[in-house]
Design a protein around this ligand. Structure first.
Ligand code: BGC
Length: 810
């Protein structure tokens, strides 16, 4: 095996520095002179997208999003998913996957709530450890992100998350710590935000003292994209790799800083060594062949994704409407019925091999004459992208002069457009012309937004602009304006001439450009009434509502917890007329359900990856039992989530550049245990069978190590999974502690009549709190109650253990 330390001795200072920054968006250049290969990375985390267009690039497999994986409570499944993702990553010529996302769900509105696993650090950590082990066993590096306290998207590149050390150590750092210590993660990505005033990428306490010092991390630390803002501070903090390239902060600037003595040469050597070590670990140190992307759709990966979908689906309510009876006529209704919602938005997007909608999933297993359909209403944030044959003229710089190229474009959405030769994605303009023909009569809404300036002409007249009035809004990662819309009444078959102009302009934080022009019919009460009529004719209505990747996306936060558009009205109207109503929810986090009492069943399906409709059909028809449990508490209303009560602006979304984590440890169920109980508690989920739990056998020593075992029996008539959750209610400590905290869990899938043993191991740390004064984990002596439950509030057994007082190292 190559000795990377010896190899390092052959590198000049310039070469070492060149390894400390990307060469382009996804590659770190190798060193040709010494036969050192390039390091290629890919997003992450719910699939391997590869290097191209975020939406239309090379096809890849779309796995369930983070919160869906969190809902599986299934470390074994996570291990398999890690292994499958390793193959996907290799298909894209990469050896580093940019995931998993392991920030916590601090409140319900984070745009990336969907990408995170849970509000609980232990659930997140256990799933992460398995995912990382599965991935890295196949030689592909995991990248834990975003380190740390990146719990909201609003002004994420400037805000400081202000949290005391105990809160960080007991909550937000835990998943990272365990993935480093237990899974030996090879890479980590610093967050965009500041932590207590210092950018994560410049934070020596975080990147060196905690990560390498306390935890013994020996992998690579990279910045989030364009998230490094310094030459000297970041290098001294221990930020090994600036991404992406070409470099902004390093290169000659860093070489100079070393020569001036501002950055010790040894630190540069160490950072470059960390890059070489990652190349070595992923088997690419000597691989100088060009990296190629291939499509390789694997049947076993499809099956795994479908299984994960079943295991993530959370049945929140069931008054006997599910599973569907064998002969039921089903009205499939709603904006998410025939449109597959399989993933969230932002950098986690990819071009999925398949996207199965609920309608398609059901139509594969049920005769079509038992299914009827109505859209009812829309739930879009942006008008659906305008498609057709449009002529696009490309200009260098602005729209003056002659176009340098002309092509045909079929979908009027672009993000970092791959233009013709000589076109700079950040310095160009386009004029797009064509026609739109209304397929049916009605009011049509044209809507556009852009990172860059844009304006729309209909039949030769400028009707709307984000040109002179362009203002930074919440699209394109906060580099784009908010949508601009204009409506037109059109008859069926009426055609209108479209001209759309776009020109880039200087960006703020992230170097991106893009535009979106869409058009969609405005739906109103008439369509809701029609859906209710169709529901009344069926035996049962399945209302498919929720959000989409336009709402659950990186780069902005949700405005509220309400279902967008007229969806609440649609559910109410259908429930009033249908014999039975089942709501299939697809969101990346909690939503308010004002109609809850009037419907018979609610199934939360999240964004479960490309096989979505298949997994839903499995669960709805009863071929499989829903295996998911909530990884995040669902409050009744937004005000019930602590982050949003008390001093709202300061704690969220922040004021004067600071988001104060004043609630400390009291997020999610830790908060709901004190006040404002959740509508659906953390850990909750129904199935189609019943379980009996035997008396627990507790074998915990006074030092806090040991385990707890119990027999679980499926006493019902169908297969199903039980998730046994172990919460610890602590002894009196010199500090305030949450009433009880999850410390372990076990998921058992059992056939009817079968029994299994749940074994829940405990470590001393599970009883400890972080003592900042004495720099240790402290166990207060006394009695601790072990609570066994099927959610944070449904406890079926308790046991007491007595522990001696003890300190544990960091
Ligand atoms: C995201 C990262 C992602 C990176 C590369 C950033 O905007 O925060 O999670 O890996 O872009 O796409």
């Amino acid at each position: 095996m190559t000795d990377i330390t010896t190899l390092m001795d052959e590198l000049t200072l310039d070469e070492q520095v060149s390894l400390m920054a990307g060469q382009d968006m996804w590659n770190v250049g190798g060193i040709e002179r010494l036969g050192i290969g390039a390091l290629r990375v890919t997003d992450g985390p719910n699939g391997a997208r590869g290097g191209g267009d975020f939406v239309h690039g090379t096809h890849s497999a779309a796995f369930p999003v983070g919160i869906a994986l969190g809902a599986t409570w299934d470390p074994d499944l996570m291990h398999q998913i890690g292994g499958a993702l390793a193959l996907e990553t290799r298909d894209k010529g990469a050896s580093v996957l940019l995931g998993p996302t392991i920030n916590l769900q601090r409140g319900p509105l984070n745009g990336r709530n969907f990408e995170c696993y849970s509000e609980d650090p232990v659930l997140t950590a256990k799933l992460t450890v398995s995912y990382v082990q599965g991935l890295q066993a196949a030689g592909v590096a995991a990248t834990l992100k975003h380190f740390v306290a990146n719990e909201s998207e609003i002004r994420r590149t400037v805000n400081s998350s202000d949290a005391d050390e105990r809160t960080l150590r007991e909550l937000y750092l835990v998943p990272f710590e365990r993935a480093v210590k237990e899974a030996g993660a090879w890479a980590i990505m610093s967050a965009y935000n500041r932590i207590n005033g210092t950018y994560a990428a410049d934070n020596r306490w975080l990147l060196t003292e905690v990560l390498r010092g306390d935890w013994g991390f020996d992998g690579l630390v990279m910045s989030d994209w364009f998230g490094l803002r310094s030459t000297v501070d970041g290098a001294i903090a221990g930020l090994d790799l600036e991404m992406p390239g070409p470099t902004i902060q390093r290169g000659d600037k860093l070489v100079e800083a070393v020569r001036r003595g501002d950055v010790p040469a040894e630190l540069v050597r160490q950072a470059a060594l960390n890059v070489l070590r990652l190349l070595e670990r992923t088997g690419t140190l000597r691989d100088t062949t060009p990296r190629r992307e291939v499509e390789n759709e694997r049947p076993e990966t499809r099956a795994l994704i479908r299984e994960a979908g079943v295991q993530s689906a959370v049945l929140l309510k069931n008054d006997g409407a599910l599973p569907l009876s064998d002969s039921a006529r089903i009205a499939v209704i709603g904006p998410n019925a025939r449109t597959a919602r399989v993933m969230g938005g932002g950098s986690a997007q990819l071009n999925a091999y398949r996207m199965v909608s609920p309608w398609d999933g059901l139509a594969q297993v049920l005769p079509e004459d038992r299914l009827s359909y109505a859209e009812g209403c829309t739930n879009e944030r942006f008008s659906p992208v305008l498609e057709g044959d449009f002529t696009r003229e490309w200009f260098k710089g602005d729209l003056s002069g002659d176009p340098v190229a002309t092509d045909t474009v079929h979908a009027l959405h672009a993000f970092m457009a791959d233009g013709p030769e000589g076109i700079d994605p950040l310095d160009h303009a386009v004029r797009i012309t064509g026609r739109f023909t209304a397929p049916e009569a009605g009011t049509w809404r044209f809507g556009f937004h852009s990172a860059g300036r844009s304006r729309l002409f209909l039949d030769g007249e400028e009707v709307a602009e984000a040109w002179d009035s362009w203002a930074r809004g919440r699209t394109f990662f906060e580099e784009g304006c908010d949508p601009v819309t204009v409506e037109r009444d059109l008859g069926a078959g009426q055609s209108i001439e479209i001209a759309f102009e776009f020109a880039t302009h200087p960006t703020h934080d992230l170097h991106v450009s893009g535009y979106h022009l869409g058009v969609g019919r405005v739906l109103g009460q008439a369509e809701i009434d029609r859906a209710a009529d169709i529901a009344a004719e069926a035996d049962v209505a399945l209302v498919c509502v929720g959000r989409s990747a336009e709402w659950d996306t990186e780069g902005w936060d949700l405005p509220d917890m309400t279902l967008p558009g007229l969806q609440d009205r649609l559910v109410e109207a259908v429930a009033a007329r249908a014999p039975r109503t089942i709501v299939l929810l697809q969101t990346g986090g909690p939503v308010a359900m004002p109609w809850l009492d009037r419907v018979d069943a609610v199934l939360q399906g999240w964004y479960p990856g490309q096989e979505a409709g298949q997994a839903f059909a499995d669960v709805l028809t009863g071929a499989r039992s829903p295996g998911g449990r909530l990884p995040q508490s669902f409050p009744t209303r937004l005000d019930d989530a602590l982050t949003f009560s008390g001093t709202p602006e300061v704690t969220y979304p922040g004021e004067d550049g600071h988001v104060r984590y004043d609630e400390g440890l009291y997020i999610g169920y830790r908060h709901h245990a004190r006040s404002r109980p959740a509508a659906f508690p953390f850990g909750f989920g129904l199935g189609y069978t019943d379980f009996a739990f035997g008396k627990p056998e507790v074998r915990v020593k006074p030092d806090g190590t040991g385990d707890l075992r119990l027999t679980v029996t499926n006493t019902g008539a169908r297969e199903g999974a039980a998730v046994v959750q172990l919460y610890i209610a602590p002894a009196a400590a010199p500090v305030d502690r949450p009433e009880a905290e999850l410390k372990n869990f076990a998921k058992l899938s059992l056939a009817p009549g079968d029994s299994g043993i749940a074994t829940l191991a405990l470590a001393a740390r599970d009883f400890a709190w972080f003592d900042g004064d004495r720099r240790c984990w402290a166990i207060a002596p006394g009695e601790y109650t072990l609570r066994l439950g099927t959610s944070a509030t449904d406890i079926f057994a308790t046991a007491a253990v007595h522990l001696e007082g003890r300190d544990l190292p960091l």
